[in-house]
Design a protein around this ligand. Sequence first.
Ligand SMILES: [Zn+2]
Length: 213
Amino acid sequence: MKIKKFQLNPFSMNCYIYYDEASKDAVIIDPAAFTEDEQKSIMDFTESENLNVKYILNTHGHIDHILGNNFAKNYFKVPLYMHAGDEFMLENSKEQARFFGMDFPDPPPVDNYIDDKTSLQINGTELTFINTPGHSPGSVCIIDHKNKNVFCGDLIFKNSIGRTDLQGGNLNVLISSIKNKLFKVCANDYNLFPGHMESTNVKDERNSNPFLI
Ligand SMILES: [Zn+2]
């Protein structure tokens, strides 16, 4: 499996395309392109690599992660997945956007709700999901156990954690999600691809993340 990262929108959010080189099957995670140039960079990449994007996945419902859902739905025409716990954020996303001085059309509805039993296939590679609330109620980690890669949204960052002062956030719940959910199913050798900043791994964060010691 290969990973292509795009840093998008005024929030420097990480969008990932996760794809199988042999079959060209792919998923796109948080395709939050804000400008036409950002949209073009995603379209150019998927076209030049001949990718067959099968699913659009949202790690959670904050606007910096969902503001490209319209673009992605219109362009890829495939199902959009998100956890139901964050659906209320789609309903107030226009207010969220205005708060940041942004404007964008109403996001499209979610096609399929993610829960802990959801399983998606990319040419034989299984993606599984765990609900890891704390940053938001419906935050999820997207896990490929075969290749030991985790797309963890804004749950945990390199040497940091997601903010917990937004609607539905809770620090104790977030720390518990990291220690008792993510670290329970993902050993030290798993890579972590967060929603902002650089990638890291379970071992480094377990040993040196100041919020977890
Ligand atoms: Zn967020």
